[in-house]
Design a protein around this ligand. Sequence first.
Ligand code: IMP
Ligand code: MG
Length: 178
Amino acid sequence: MGHRLGRVLITQEEIRERVRELGKAVARDYAGQDLLLVGVLKGATVFLADLTRAIDIPVSLDFIGVSSYGARTRSSGVVKITSDLSVSIEDRHVLIVEDIIDSGRTVNYLRRNLQTRRPRSLRLCALLDKAEAREEAVEIDYPGFRIPNQFVVGYGLDFGGLYRNLPYIAVLEEEPSG
Ligand code: IMP
Ligand code: MG
């Protein structure tokens, strides 16, 4: 089955505005505290790069890589850490920065894993929330946009490794054959 870019769901300008608001909220909530932003590779890197510049308090950054096995447009729920943090999070305020919450399995696995390292606090910021696709409950402390249950690409999100560099978020459509 072929795929092609469909309609733009969230424009560059809408993303910019929402990221600005999220950054303000984070800065307000963590003022005077030592905050570590943990970006989830690779999808959240574009969002994290913009979000961090919208937060006007001192923050540190780190990354964690996770992969969920399964078909390309569906997450299987089997999650593995492919690249770990480079710092200890013990006793630190940690904010996980994710691109999208779909079934909820990946982030819940990540949360459980990071919680065992005894951070001082652990919260979640996610740019996109595909709420209808949820299979496990997830509390998103800083949600960006709620989107319908469609596969999307751009602004860090990929399909087979491609489209991450698009400055907007678009729906990926299946190409009718024949
Ligand atoms: P979950 O475990 O089902 O919540 O899936 C989360 C992960 O699946 C995300 O971090 C993405 O890597 C990937 N994913 C889920 N939905 C999409 C989508 O619409 N576009 C691109 N990647 C997605
Ligand atoms: Mg991801």
